[in-house]
Design a protein. Structure first.
Length: 306
């Protein structure tokens, strides 16, 4: 019995000494203490997201409508306790505010999330992925103005554009992503250029022409881009000779890009000049190997050259 008491007292004393030593370290190095508390809060928050099947740092637009129902309240409460302790410890730690912002998003409280993220961005560069999730939360609540503002801070147009380009065969879904990208960056010519190609491949020439003309208007004063976009508009207008000339001018300015080569090939094919078309297609293929659709175009004009 005495031995058992000795062991128990020894264990309790060890715990006490470790606690005192830990407190001393934290008092001497306050930044370390704040970081430790933040990490504990983030771990709990990450655990709540993981247990619900939601990616903690998601940037793909996925945010379930019933988010707060999927997350464990106890885990969120633990996270908030640690993060509030971290904020009390150091009110100038941007990570605390960004983590609290994510926590408020998980709790479906956009006003609190926005306040935390704004405070954090006053101390450090904005947490773009957190702002992206905030935009998704606003969108799920039909508050599109606030959603777009959050997505602009997140620079989310590129995310929506990539999503749209991955959904080309799913026309309504792709168009919805293009609309979001344009809402976030209405002056980005690359979005309109991609949308024009989407309409072109969807057999919607009038919409493609109007969209590419818009891209041409918005494009920076870059001769290569201007020639390329002008050639595409002329091609859609059926002015294949003028289009081919624009593409050839683009090639002179940038001979490493396969795009003006295969666009010129399309123009020559439409003009009934399969030899020139074949030459352009092969040059395009040499700059972007393993493109099956280019091989298909090459085969389609090879027969006409024999």
């Amino acid at each position: 019995m005495i031995h058992l008491l000795d062991r128990s007292n020894s264990k309790g004393l060890s715990v006490l000494l470790i606690s005192i030593l830990f407190a001393l370290i934290l008092s001497l190095f306050p930044q370390l203490g704040g970081a430790f508390l933040v990490n504990l809060g983030v771990v709990e928050l990450s655990r709540a997201f993981h247990q619900s099947g939601i990616e903690f740092t998601a940037t793909d637009g996925s945010l379930p409508a019933a988010l707060s129902e999927n997350l464990l309240p106890d885990t969120l409460a633990k996270s908030r306790n640690w993060l509030e302790a971290a904020r009390a410890w150091n009110r100038k730690n941007a990570r605390v505010y960004y983590a609290l912002g994510r926590l408020s998003i998980a709790e479906r409280n956009p006003a609190a999330a926005k306040s935390m993220l704004i405070t954090g961005s006053q101390l450090a560069p904005p947490d773009r992925s957190a702002y992206f999730l905030l935009g998704n939360l606003y969108a799920s609540q039909r508050n599109l103005d606030e959603a777009i503002n959050a997505w602009r801070t997140a620079r989310a147009a590129a995310i929506f554009l990539r999503k749209a380009e991955s959904l080309w065969r799913q026309i309504p879904e792709a168009e919805a992503q293009y609309r979001l990208a344009i809402a976030v960056e209405p002056d980005n010519y690359k979005i309109f250029q991609s949308l024009g190609y989407f309409y072109w491949n969807s057999a919607r020439p009038q919409e493609a022409m109007a969209t590419l003309e818009k891209a041409h208007e918005l494009a920076p004063d870059n001769p290569y881009t201007k020639h390329l976009l002008r050639g595409e508009v002329l091609h859609l207008q059926g002015k294949y000779l003028e289009a081919s000339e624009e593409f050839l001018q683009a090639i002179k300015l940038n001979s490493s890009d396969p795009q003006p080569f295969y666009r010129a090939g399309d123009a020559f094919a439409a003009l009934g000049q399969p030899g020139k078309a074949l030459d352009m297609y092969k040059k395009a293929l040499s700059r972007t190997p393993n493109e099956g659709w280019l091989l298909t175009r090459i085969r389609s004009v090879e027969g006409a050259t024999k």
